[in-house]
Design a protein around this ligand. Sequence first.
Ligand SMILES: C[S@@+](CC[C@H](N)C(=O)[O-])C[C@H]1O[C@@H](n2cnc3c(N)ncnc32)[C@H](O)[C@@H]1O
Length: 336
Amino acid sequence: MSKLIFTCSKGYENNLENELVRNGFLSRSVFQGCIYAKSAEKAGKAAEDLCFPHFCMIDPVLIEGASVNTISREIAEKFFNINKTRKIESEWPFLILPNQSITGIGKRESAVEEQTGEYLRRIAGKIFRLAVHRLPEEQGINRGMILYFEDFDKVHLSSDFVWYGQKRVSDDPDAPSRSFMKVEEAYQAMGLHPSKNQTVCDLGAAPGGWSYSAAKKEAVVTAVDNGELKAGAKNNIRIARLAADAFSYIPDRTYDWLFCDMVEHPNMVLKLLEKWIDKKWCRYFIVNLKFGRVNPDELLEKLTSNSSYVKKRCLDLKVRHLFHDRDEITLMGRLE
Ligand SMILES: C[S@@+](CC[C@H](N)C(=O)[O-])C[C@H]1O[C@@H](n2cnc3c(N)ncnc32)[C@H](O)[C@@H]1O
């Protein structure tokens, strides 16, 4: 049995809990933005590919102490003990997963982070010099130091964790919409993005955040939408706008990428994606599905079940509730 702590976007705990239960995890306590669970699999193996969590701490230990000093010393010692037999020769992430429900805990988190650093420097200076306060290079199972404050005097520490690829990304002043950040985050979660001179078809493109992002990567974009493009997407030499309906649009070539971010029924968008896959009209895709009136848990189950057409046809499919997603999920797929 593995003990696990999952974090997710605030307000999506029920979706995460349903996903965990569907995948055979035992949900024990649900907090705002966080679920404590158990898994029959060792070392959280089964937790590697899920949609709603952002992080999963594997076999965390609980540290209790009234002062910053006590907690920090204990964290440093525990971390040192856990890793005593492991060779640490490359950079490792030292991260605090923010508690989204306790007001004012941020100061405590920062103070403990600093003081723990001080102790680690004293006990294991060589290892501490390799600590970095940033996300790992790759999503999946990683190693480092992850802390989660249950309260001012209770901290969970784990050395092994899963990161699902979500990340807050910066906006661009010329981007015509905040959706720009969603697609930029999707590249990160997918580990791939359009590159120079690759072709992108963006269905439901207006006002053009996704198209603008692809154009910034020097891709050649066809933006399909009856709506107008704005800001950095308007009159962009890398973007050709086509005023058409995405469902009846028939491409005249195979695109490298299909982008699709339409406010339409998710089942209809899914059918459209299946058509694109079936006709081999794209090699990669990023598709956003808005829940609308559809039950998100049923939608996710349909997408990830073994009978899912999209899943069967993809060499790699990731379905994520991104940091920048609200009532929607993002599908990222590689077909070859
Ligand atoms: C959420 S916005 C897209 C935002 C865009 N991804 C961005 O980054 O700015 C949804 C767009 O889908 C378009 N849309 C909805 N149904 C469509 C359809 N059947 N064909 C083409 N565009 C459609 C709407 O006109 C709207 O501009």
